[in-house]
Structure formats: structure tokens, C-alpha cells
Design a protein around this ligand. Structure first.
Ligand SMILES: Cc1cc2nc3c(=O)[nH]c(=O)nc-3n(C[C@H](O)[C@H](O)[C@H](O)COP(=O)(O)OP(=O)(O)OC[C@H]3O[C@@H](n4cnc5c(N)ncnc54)[C@H](O)[C@@H]3O)c2cc1C
Length: 397
């Protein structure tokens, strides 16, 4: 059966959006429909990132889209959310790529970088000519990045980096890595060394990347381990405004916000598919399965959860545009909306019966992708603890 995405709007959500917001949403929807949907299942099968879409996405202004100047689009946070929603409606791997390029590489350069660094990297990253990755997680430090072992040692006018990073999106295709490392301070105990951000060109001697193979999730995205052995960078490659762990956490807040919208896109794709399938598939007395109450209960649950998630994301987006979004607001939106999308994907898969496990339909791919999305950028549990800390004033980490 050939299906085309119909859009999902139960309570006239679109009436809450401005003309420009709708324009961004609709143009991204068309781009994804024309360019990604026809190739994504094969990319997923092959474990291939569709690199041929990078420059066209740059032409559309998708990279660093909320930043002003340096060739960036300067859109608002709700427009950006709708952009990530539509990207992830296509595939979480493509949205991950754009999130990393935008929120985890261009944003820290824009926020913590020198004018030289901004001029050098941002215009080329906006077009997709240069790609970036973000190295925070290590083999032994995921939810607790403060324990990181990656070190930077001052040596004359240079810094020398040593360490391992793991699970790094776009690691082996990046031209530059934003590496978070503890700066050695003689006479100060290692646990008190400050975390700072370094721009590390990936062709520097001692830097290498190897791809993670055998992933069942985000197969159309590149995930790598990074190794740095005596990698020498000039002091001009330090992000001068970066200071402590709060700097990478600020980047993660940006990315988590985009994810909270992206997950809605994945849920919409699953819902739309399941609804259309349920109306056509006939079982018992030649009736569509959509006529059975138990199937309707599932569809009603899904559309209700999508609608609640849209309202949550929109409110956080509006707060963000007013400069009032706190990290715990973003944690709630990321945690709830990714959980919601994963539950919707599981229910939608169930509605398709056996067909749901086939990649003739997008649902199982979204479900597998969302398992990663639930874990990265702060796991579901960690966001629970952030919300818990916010309401009680007590940290349970
Ligand atoms: C596909 C993919 C792409 C990624 N891309 C990047 C990237 O580009 N850059 C980057 O730096 N990282 C990236 N990551 C890493 C990601 O951010 C980490 O996987 C994540 O932070 C969780 O760390 P971990 O996997 O080591 O799990 P762990 O921290 O080992 O957690 C394992 C389990 O223990 C739970 N847990 C841990 N601590 C607590 C606690 N205090 N209380 C209760 N439960 C707890 C967690 O919730 C989880 O369920 C990526 C991961 C994936 C899967």
C-alpha cells in the first residue's frame, strides 16, 4: 500500500502558530517528503548516512538556524522546533545530525567562541561545507560527564590533549570536534581541574575516529569513538568563553529542546501510518480493523498523547523565545515527549500486526531510533531526577 503523510492536528494546533512558523514547518515537510522519505529505508538497511542531503539541507538554512549572522537563518525557537519535528518525522538520525551540527557545535562556537573562531567555522558550517561533532561522553562516563578523563596539558603556546570519547554522532565525518577536557593545573587535585571546550580539527596528528558497528538504532546516522593521543592544538583553539561543566550542559539544553519537538515528528509518522493502515486493513466480517473498539482505543491514546506533547513543546518554545525557559522545563519536554513517541511507536507497530515489523513501513525504524533518543542527551531517568531536584530542591544524583 502506498501512503503519504497527511499531517496531524487534532485541536487546531496550527491556529497557535504564526504564518512564518507554518511556513518553516510546511517547507521542511516538503523537503523531507521529496528528498529523505524515498531513500531512508534503504539507508537504514545499509547503515548509511545520506551525506548527499547535507548541502541541500545547508541551502535550506537548517544548520545553526536559530543563530543570527554568520550566514545563519536567525529563526525563532518555535520555528526551529517545527523544523526538527519535520526532520525527525523523516528519521531520528537526520534530526540527530542537524541537532549536533547546530546545537552542539555551532551553538558553542557562537556562544563561547572568539570572533576569529566564529568567522572561521560558522559560515562554512551553515552551508554544510564543514561538519562538526561534540565529544563529551567517554567509555566510562555517560550520565556523569563530570568524571571525564580527557585531559588538556598546557605546553608553551599549545595545549596537548589525551583521552577517549565514545558514542559521538558524526565523529568520523566531522572536520572539527568540540572536545570537552579537563585542563591540568599543577598543584590542584585532578577532581578540581576545570572543564573547557577545545576546537580540534580532525586531521591533527594523534586524532582518530572509528565507527560503532552493529547498531540496531539510528542506523542512518554516523556514531563513532574518538581517540586523542598527544593531540596538539594552539591556545587559540580553546573556546574562550567556556568555563566548567555548565558550558557543555548549556549546549545539551539547546539540543534537548530540539529533541522534544523531534520526537513528536516520529510519533506523528507512526500515528499517521497506523491510522491509514487501520482504515484499509480488513479483518472479521470484511470490516476495517479501525472499526474495532480496541484499535480505536490505541489510536485515541496516541493522538491524545501527541496533542499533549505538542502543547508542552510549544509552551517551552514560547518561554525560550522570551528567554524564560529553564533547563528543568526542557527536561520535562524531552523526557515526556520521547517516552510518548516510543510508546506511540510500539502501539502503532501493534496496530499493523505482522506488517509492522517490516521496513515496508516506517514504524519499526522509528521505534528502534527512539530507543537511542530516550538514552542520549540525558537519559529518561536523569531528566526525572532533574525535575525531582527542581520541585524538591534536593539533588538525588
Ligand atoms: C546513538 C547515540 C549517539 C550519541 N551521540 C553523542 C554525541 O554526539 N556526543 C556525546 O558526547 N555523547 C553522545 N551519546 C552518548 C549519550 O549522551 C550517553 O549514552 C548518555 O549520556 C548515557 O550515558 P551511558 O550510555 O554511558 O549510560 P549510563 O550513564 O551508564 O546509564 C545507564 C543507565 O543507568 C541509569 N543511571 C545512571 N545514573 C543514574 C542515577 N544517578 N540515578 C538513576 N539512574 C541512573 C541511566 O538512566 C541508564 O538507564 C550518544 C549516544 C547514542 C546512543
Amino acid at each position: 500500500m502506498a501512503f503519504k503523510f497527511q499531517g496531524v492536528d487534532f485541536i487546531e494546533f496550527d491556529s497557535l502558530l504564526s504564518e512564518n512558523e507554518l511556513l518553516v514547518r510546511n517547507s521542511t515537510r516538503s523537503f523531507i517528503e521529496d528528498k529523505l522519505v524515498p531513500i531512508i529505508e534503504q539507508c537504514n538497511r545499509d547503515g548509511r548516512f545520506p551525506r548527499e542531503l547535507v548541502r541541500p539541507m545547508g541551502d535550506q538554512g537548517y544548520f545553526g538556524a536559530t543563530l543570527d549572522g554568520y550566514g545563519c537563518a536567525g529563526i525563532n525557537n518555535v520555528e526551529y522546533g517545527l523544523l526538527t519535528q519535520e526532520l525527525e518525522r523523516g528519521d531520528s538520525g537526520i534530526r540527530s545530525f542537524v541537532s549536533v551540527q547546530s546545537a552542539l557545535v555551532m551553538y558553542p562556537i557562537y556562544t563561547f567562541g572568539s570572533e576569529e573562531q566564529k568567522n572561521l567555522w560558522l559560515p562554512k558550517m551553515a552551508t554544510g561545507e564543514k561538519l562538526g561533532c561534540f565529544g563529551l561522553t567517554e567509555p566510562d562516563f555517560g550520565s556523569n560527564p563530570g568524571g571525564m578523563r580527557t585531559r588538556a596539558r598546557k605546553d608553551g603556546d599549545d595545549y596537548v590533549l589525551n583521552g577517549e570519547k565514545m558514542w559521538i554522532t558524526s565523529g568520523s565525518i566531522a572536520d572539527v570536534a568540540v572536545i570537552w577536557a579537563k585542563v591540568e593545573e599543577p598543584g590542584v587535585s585532578a577532581e578540581n581541574w576545570r572543564v573547557r571546550g577545545f576546537l580540534v580539527e580532525t586531521d591533527r596528528p594523534g586524532f582518530s575516529a572509528h565507527d560503532v558497528k552493529g547498531k540496531w538504532s539510528l542506523r542512518a546516522s554516523v556514531t563513532s569513538g574518538l581517540s586523542m593521543q598527544e593531540v596538539r592544538v594552539p591556545a587559540a583553539n580553546v573556546l574562550p568563553g567556556s568555563d566548567g561543566l555548565k558550558s557543555p550542559l548549556m549546549c545539551l539544553s539547546q539540543a534537548r529542546y530540539g529533541i522534544s519537538w523531534g520526537a513528536i515528528g516520529a510519533a506523528m509518522a507512526c500515528y499517521d501510518m497506523a491510522l491509514q493502515y487501520a482504515k484499509e486493513r480488513k479483518q472479521f466480517r470484511d470490516q476495517p480493523i479501525a472499526s474495532h473498539q480496541l484499535v480505536q482505543e490505541k489510536l485515541a491514546w496516541i493522538i491524545t498523547e501527541i496533542t499533549k506533547a505538542q502543547l508542552l513543546a510549544l509552551q517551552v518554545g514560547r518561554l525560550k523565545d522570551e528567554g524564560k525557559a529553564a533547563f528543568q522545563h526542557i527536561s520535562m519536554a524531552k523526557k515526556n515527549n520521547v517516552w510518548m513517541a516510543l510508546e506511540c511507536a510500539r502501539m502503532a507497530r501493534d496496530i499493523l500486526g505482522a506488517a509492522g515489523i517490516s521496513d515496508e513501513y516506517p514504524i519499526m525504524r522509528h521505534m528502534m531510533n527512539l530507543e537511542s533518543v530516550k538514552t542520549y542527551e540525558g537519559t529518561h531517568d536523569i531528566h526525572t531526577l532533574i525535575i525531582g531536584q527542581s520541585v524538591t530542591g534536593i539533588s538525588a544524583f
